[in-house]
Design a binder for this molecule. Structure first.
Ligand code: PXG
Length: 465
C-alpha cells in the first residue's frame, strides 16, 4: 500500500477518504460524490488546502483553536512530555506533574470557589461526568430521587449518550432512542426566532421563568441541576436578553438547584472574559470546559467543581474515570496554551481590541439587504438571514437552504463561516488582528452579495406566510 502524503493528488486522497472514512455529522454518500476539502497545513488564522487555497478560518477549527495555528511552543512541549512521561493514569492513588499543575492552574483561573478539576477527553464526556456527578452528589446527601437535569431545546452539550441527552437537538435525539430518562427541557432564550411581539427583556424573563415552572412541575425534590451554555454556540450563537441570566441564577439559588455552565465554547477568552460565567456574572457549581483549554492542539476536557460539590464527592468513591483522564501530554499542552494566553494578554485582546473592532464591522453588515439582526459577544458572532428587511419572518424555503447557499459562497471566497439553519456564525481564533478582521468582513460581504444574487435568481427571496 502506498504511503499517503500531502503530495498526492486531491482526487486520489478524496477517493481513499470516501472509501474508508466515516465523517461526523455528514451524509457520507453525498460527501463522496462531492469530495471532501483536504486541509494540509495551517498558520495563524489561515488554512491551506490540498489545492493551495489560503482560507481564513473564521471558526477557529470547531471553535477551539483560540491561540491560532502553528504555535511551535505547543509542539515542543508535547514532544518533551512524550519523551519524559507519555502516559500514566491518575487512578489507583497515582498522579503526575502535568496533571497536578493543570488542575492548580484551572482552580486559579476559574472564578469563585471552583477549585476542583475532574479531567475528561473533551466536552461530551465531561458532560457525561457531570450527569453522574450531580446525581451522585444528591444521592450522597441522602436524596437519590433528586436526579432530573433540566436543559434547553436547541442546546448543544455533545455527542455521547449523555451529551446528546443533555443537548436539545431533536434530530440528534431521534438517533439512538434518546434522551436517557431524567432529562427535561425548557425553551431557549432566542428572541429573534421565538419572541413574537414580546419585548426582548420581557421575553428573557419569561424564558428564564420557564425554569421555575419546570422545577415546580417536576417537583423541587426531584431536580438535581440545570445545565446551559452562557451563549448557545452550535445552536447558532444565540445571545440571551440581558434579563435572562440574573433570573436563572435567582431561580437556581431559590430552589437549591445545581447550576452547570457548559463553557466548552465560551471558556478561555471567547467572550472577552476568561469564562462566559464571568461575562454574565453567574455562579455555577460546575463548569464544563474543553476546546480552548488546549486551543485544540490536544484533546482534553474537564469538569471544574466548586467546594460545595467537591466536599460531598470527595467523601465517597466516585466510580468514574477515563483511561486518558488527565493525559500528561494533553495537560502539558493545555498548560503551555494557558501560559501563552496569559503572557500575550489574549483575553484582554479580545475584550479591548479584536472584540470591539469586530463588533463594529459585524454590525455594519446589518445594512445588507439579506441581513436581519447581527449579534456578537466577544469573538463569537451571528447574523440572521432574512427575505424581507425589517421583518423577522423566516424564508419560505426549508430552514437552512439559504444559509447553505451563503456558506457555499463563503467557501468559494476562502472564508470559513458556518451556517446554522439560516443564521451565519463565526468564532475566529482569539489572536485575530484588526487587519485580518478587515479581510474577514470583506469576504463575508462579498459572499453575502453573491448569495443574495443567487437567492433572488432562484426565486427563493420569499418569506414564509
Ligand atoms: N458542550 C458544548 C457547549 C459544545 O459546543 C460540546 C459540549 C462537546 O464537546 P466535544 O469536545 O466532545 O465535541 C461542545 C462541542 C458545531 C460543533 O458544529 C460544535 C461542537 C462540536 C462539534 C461541532 O458547531 N461543540
Amino acid at each position: 500500500m502506498n504511503k499517503i502524503t500531502n503530495h498526492m493528488p486531491t482526487e486520489e486522497l478524496q477517493a481513499i477518504d470516501a472509501a474508508h472514512h466515516m465523517h461526523p455529522f455528514t451524509t457520507n454518500d453525498e460527501l463522496s460524490q462531492k469530495g471532501a476539502r483536504i486541509i494540509t497545513r495551517a498558520d495563524g488564522v489561515t488554512l491551506t488546502d490540498s489545492e493551495g487555497n489560503k482560507i481564513l478560518d473564521a471558526m477557529a477549527g470547531l471553535w477551539c483553536v483560540n491561540i491560532g495555528y502553528g504555535r511551535d511552543e505547543l509542539a515542543d512541549v508535547a514532544a518533551r512530555q512524550m519523551r519524559e512521561l507519555p502516559y500514566y493514569n491518575t487512578f489507583f492513588m497515582t498522579t503526575h506533574v502535568p496533571g497536578i499543575a493543570l488542575a492548580q492552574k484551572l482552580a486559579e483561573l476559574a472564578p469563585g470557589d471552583l477549585n476542583h478539576v475532574f479531567f475528561a477527553n473533551g466536552g461530551s464526556d465531561a458532560n457525561d461526568t457531570n450527569i453522574r456527578m450531580v446525581r451522585t452528589y444528591w444521592a450522597e446527601k441522602g436524596q437519590p430521587e433528586r436526579d432530573v437535569i433540566i436543559s434547553r431545546w436547541n442546546a448543544y452539550h455533545g455527542s455521547t449518550i449523555g451529551g446528546t441527552s443533555l443537548g436539545g437537538m431533536k434530530g440528534m435525539h431521534g438517533q439512538g432512542s434518546l434522551p436517557i430518562p431524567g432529562i427535561e427541557f425548557i425553551d431557549q432564550p432566542h428572541w429573534w426566532a421565538e419572541g413574537g411581539d414580546t419585548d426582548p427583556e420581557e421575553f428573557g424573563l419569561e424564558r428564564a421563568r420557564q425554569l421555575e415552572a419546570k422545577i415546580l412541575e417536576v417537583g423541587q425534590d426531584k431536580v438535581a441541576a440545570f445545565i446551559a451554555e452562557p451563549v448557545q454556540g452550535a445552536g447558532g450563537v444565540i445571545v440571551a436578553p440581558d434579563s435572562y441570566w440574573p433570573e436563572i441564577q435567582r431561580i437556581c439559588d431559590k430552589y437549591d438547584i445545581l447550576l452547570i455552565a457548559d463553557e466548552v465554547i465560551c471558556g478561555f477568552g471567547r467572550t472577552g472574559e476568561w469564562f462566559g460565567s464571568e461575562y454574565y456574572d453567574i455562579k455555577p457549581d460546575i463548569m464544563t470546559v474543553a476546546k480552548g483549554l488546549s486551543s485544540g492542539y490536544a484533546p482534553i476536557g474537564a469538569s471544574i467543581v466548586n467546594d460545595k460539590v467537591a466536599k460531598v464527592l470527595d467523601a465517597c468513591e466516585f466510580n468514574h474515570g477515563y483511561t486518558y483522564s488527565g493525559h500528561p501530554v494533553a495537560c502539558a499542552v493545555a498548560l503551555e496554551n494557558l501560559r501563552i494566553m496569559e503572557e500575550e494578554g489574549v483575553v484582554n485582546h479580545v475584550k479591548n481590541v479584536a472584540g470591539p473592532y469586530l463588533a463594529e464591522k459585524w454590525h455594519s453588515l446589518a445594512d445588507h439587504p439579506m441581513v436581519g439582526e447581527t449579534k456578537i459577544v466577544g469573538l463569537m458572532a451571528s447574523l440572521a438571514l432574512v427575505p424581507e428587511k425589517g421583518s423577522r419572518a423566516p424564508f419560505a424555503s426549508d430552514a437552512g437552504t439559504i444559509g447553505f447557499m451563503t456558506r457555499e459562497r463563503c467557501f468559494a471566497n476562502n472564508l470559513i463561516m458556518r451556517h446554522v439553519g439560516d443564521r451565519m456564525i463565526i468564532a475566529p481564533p482569539l489572536v485575530i488582528t484588526t487587519e485580518e478582521i478587515d479581510v474577514l468582513i470583506e469576504r463575508a460581504r462579498k459572499s453575502l452579495d453573491e448569495a443574495y444574487e443567487n437567492v433572488k435568481a432562484a426565486g427563493l427571496l420569499v418569506a414564509a406566510s
